[in-house]
Design a protein around this ligand. Structure first.
Ligand SMILES: Nc1ncnc2c1ncn2[C@@H]1O[C@H](COP(=O)(O)OP(=O)(O)OP(=O)(O)O)[C@@H](O)[C@H]1O
Ligand SMILES: [Mg+2]
Length: 251
């Protein structure tokens, strides 16, 4: 039997932003291979390229050079039409800003990608209700986002990300707009979801306590992968030290 391809594979990935006369090298050769499912943290100083990497894996932007493969598919080579389907079916995305449509109920927000995909309303509604239930916001199904707390909005966004059971879920500072109690509950929930849905959940975070919920931490430094380590037997303090050592520029 052939071995399954890595869930996320980046090879020599660079990303340069050209801003008129100036250009920024946001990624300078990222090599990263993540297998199977699990909960991974991405850490690194501000400007180290974390969000840029998430955008490239999500197919929201293209690398300047290098390969980005998700579940065996070359994302960097997809046409716009292929990218639209890829983003809808193969990737779940959770942002710091909850990105829900303000005029729609929680239920409709969760169902939207399915309706765009041509799934019959009854089937998509029952799937959406099941996910809202799992995320503990079933009672809020008819509320619009502005009638939900930040934590509830983020749960709805996660339900939407899970709709097509994607192999990969990307979360960029998902608790950046939540208070610390709501954030702690959300991290526990994300960890449970990664296991229950057998998905690879890749989460950008600045919080060592959040990364401690993950199995591994990948640290970016100046647009490259500085290193990665297992969180096994590390408390938040030890994890923070480890991440800081890797994130610090070598002198
Ligand atoms: N659209 C863009 N146009 C120009 N430069 C950009 C763009 N997006 C990011 N950059 C630059 O690329 C570098 C990496 O940015 P990125 O947003 O990936 O960092 P980050 O690690 O996510 O930082 P933070 O922790 O602050 O979110 C930075 O120097 C940033 O200014
Ligand atoms: Mg960022």
């Amino acid at each position: 039997m052939e071995a399954a391809p890595p869930t996320i594979l980046c090879r020599g990935v660079t990303k340069r932003y050209d801003l008129g006369a100036r250009s920024v090298e946001a990624l300078r050769g990222v090599d990263l291979s993540l297998d199977g499912a699990g909960f991974y943290a991405v850490m690194g100083s501000s400007g180290s390229g974390k969000s840029t990497l998430m955008h490239l894996v999500a197919g929201l932007d293209r690398p300047t050079s290098g390969e980005v493969t998700v579940a065996g598919e070359r994302v960097d080579r997809m046409s716009e039409a292929q990218l639209t389907l890829f983003r809808r079916r193969k990737i779940g995305i959770v942002f710091q800003h909850f990105n829900l449509l303000p005029s729609m109920s929680a239920l409709d927000n969760v169902m939207l990608p399915a309706l765009l995909d041509g799934m019959p309303r009854a089937a998509s509604e029952s799937r959406a209700r099941e996910l809202l239930e799992e995320l503990g916001v079933a009672q809020r199904a008819d509320h619009r986002p502005d009638a939900l707390s930040g934590g509830e909005q983020q749960r709805v966004a996660i339900a939407r990300a899970l709709f097509f059971a994607p192999p990969v879920i990307l979360a960029d500072e998902p608790t950046g707009n939540l208070d610390s109690a709501a954030a702690a509950r959300l991290f526990a929930l994300l960890s449970q979801i990664a296991r229950a849905h057998r998905t690879l959940l890749l989460m950008v975070t600045h919080e060592p306590a959040a990364a401690a919920n993950c199995e591994r931490v990948v640290v970016l430094r100046d647009g490259t992968v500085a290193g990665a380590f297992s969180t096994e037997n590390l408390d938040a303090g030890a994890l923070a030290l480890r991440a800081q050592e890797l994130a610090r520029p070598a002198r």
